[in-house]
Design a protein around this ligand. Sequence first.
Ligand SMILES: [Zn+2]
Length: 378
Amino acid sequence: MLLASEAQTAGAESPCPTTTVSAIPKFERHDEFFVALKNRVDQYFQQTGKSPRDCWQMYVKTCVILCWFFGSYAFLVFGPVSWWTVVPASALLGLAMAAIGFSIQHDGSHRGYSKHSIVNRLAAISLDMLGGSSYYWARKHNVIHHTYPNITGHDDDIELGLLGRLSPHQKHIGIHRLQHFYLWFLYGFIAIKWQFYDDFRDLLRGRIGVHSVVRPRGQELAIFVVGKLFFLVMGVAVPLMLHSWWEVLAVYMGVSFFQGVTLSIVFQMAHCVEEAAFPMPETASGRMASSFAVHQIETTVDFAPDNKLLSWFVGGLNYQIEHHLFPQICHIHYRAISPLVKQTCQEFGVRYNMHRSFRSGLASHYRWLRRMGLAEAQ
Ligand SMILES: [Zn+2]
């Protein structure tokens, strides 16, 4: 038997001590399913002799993505100015920034990149180089999202305010009837919102959604400030020395748009589709119907498992179920442990949701948005 708190430690990082939660959802304590699954995954690593972290493929991948990123940036800043080169170069830079987030920063932040904390730290702060705060991201994503995925009022990733309704438990307003059309466009602004609004809002409020978060201090605060300044210098000041303000603004908006749409779609296809559940805790007790591990599977959907190029680009996040169960295992291994997860799900009667292709996952997200846009939809 595994206690829910142990399962939580094995899956998402344990709740950050700086985070206090009111009416915290409580998961079913006994979880034979996760014990069996974890044994099988441990056996896989013992039998193959592979290491869950510090995979050589990750170091090669990091070099490729960083070359892609700096090459695209240098071309846009120092290369010839013509729309037919700037548009594809902006797309390449936006995709490179998304790839850094998916494959380098994400694994580092979950401590899934390496057994050495300094390597994980360096990988995680690649986000600060891109204008986002690794401090707030770790609390918002590693702790809040990974502990409470798709629980309305707790998972900040499904909160779009008045602009969108992603959960049947969220309030409906008239404009949501059109959200399956306009949200795709708004996804393009998510990176800009992080860079210039969300991090500062969270810093001023001292909380993310309903979860209190201690403000960064000392080294953490220094990284926050230096990261924002570095981003402004590289993203704005240096380009302004060589180009007009409107050219810099247009390219910044274009790059951020490609980055934002890419990041948003990969997240939405994992959690905001027809097959994903949006369970709520019992009002009085806060109890959830499932164990922690089963909740992760019920609220998450894999997509395009056979698309190796996509899998490489999105940092294995098309295997989002495997990621939610084992976030501290490097994403390089998700494809290999996926059959173990599927088999254990079958044996324990847990539904394992997957879209065979990227297109079917995308279509499901579209239909989910349309369904949630209807006032009566549940
Ligand atoms: Zn994650």
